[in-house]
Design a protein around this ligand. Sequence first.
Ligand code: NAP
Length: 270
Amino acid sequence: MTDRKLMLITGASAGIGAEFARQYAALGWDLALTARRADRLDLLARELEDKHEIATIVIAQDLAKATSVDTILKEIKAAGRQVDGVVNNAGYGLPGTFFNTKWKDQAAFLRVLYTAPIELTHKVLPGMAERGFGRIINVASLAGFTPGSNGHTLYASVKSGMIKFSESIHAEAAAAGHEDIHCTALCPGFTWSEFHDVNGTRDKTNEMPEWMWMESAPVVEAGIEACDAGRPVVVPGAVNKGLATLSKLLPDPLARMVVAGQSKRFRNTD
Ligand SMILES: NC(=O)c1ccc[n+]([C@@H]2O[C@H](COP(=O)([O-])OP(=O)(O)OC[C@H]3O[C@@H](n4cnc5c(N)ncnc54)[C@H](OP(=O)(O)O)[C@@H]3O)[C@@H](O)[C@H]2O)c1
């Protein structure tokens, strides 16, 4: 058993997750990388092993499968390692409305973006508590602060849930005296990644002004920094911070009106 620390990152094959892998590798963490696309994970793992002399474990899993979390943790254990940190990052937007989507797709969405990260956190916390150290970053969204939109129905609910969940884990760890177990919800706004290609809104989001967008590097930096500092919620970037504050200040009916009016600019309702 090594005394090196291991960070498990879900959705590490692209975008924000791959950037988390790059930044944690540069900080000297060993990595367990998971997503469905094994070829991408392998390439990233080789790149980071060569560049930073770290060890990696690649685990191809579909988080929509009910057994995926157990399989991931079993593979890490079989490699003789323990989980010192988790970035619950895997995610996507499900196009369409609740009226015109299949339950099978909604159920998979809930599993990947909500149940799996919560189950993973539940299963790694006892080990973290035993060792007195843990870092958990839940990638939520600015959408977690705003009213539900027309289209991508459960996205705002799930991201809001991840913010509340992170606050609870933060509070419970502190109350139990686990001073070095930190849990943070990272709440990005529009971030360059494959997200909007996957959910089919790239044409729409290309119309959004440049100042609304962030690169994944500063988003991830803000997440790592906030988690190390023990902050339960972080919104990266000045524009996003402004929008998060505004969404809290606006009266609910007005906020709903704004979101209803704007939804079509970045949500697919077909
Ligand atoms: N980009 C934004 O504007 C933005 C804004 C706010 C929040 N976020 C959040 O940031 C997180 C990362 O998104 P991103 O922007 O980096 O998007 P991305 O570039 O599309 O990456 C998404 C990652 O999630 C993985 N993933 C998707 N479905 C999966 C499944 N069923 N099982 C396992 N892994 C799965 C993908 O890997 P495979 O396809 O290989 O499985 C990929 O690695 C998400 O939680 C998203 O909601 C993004």
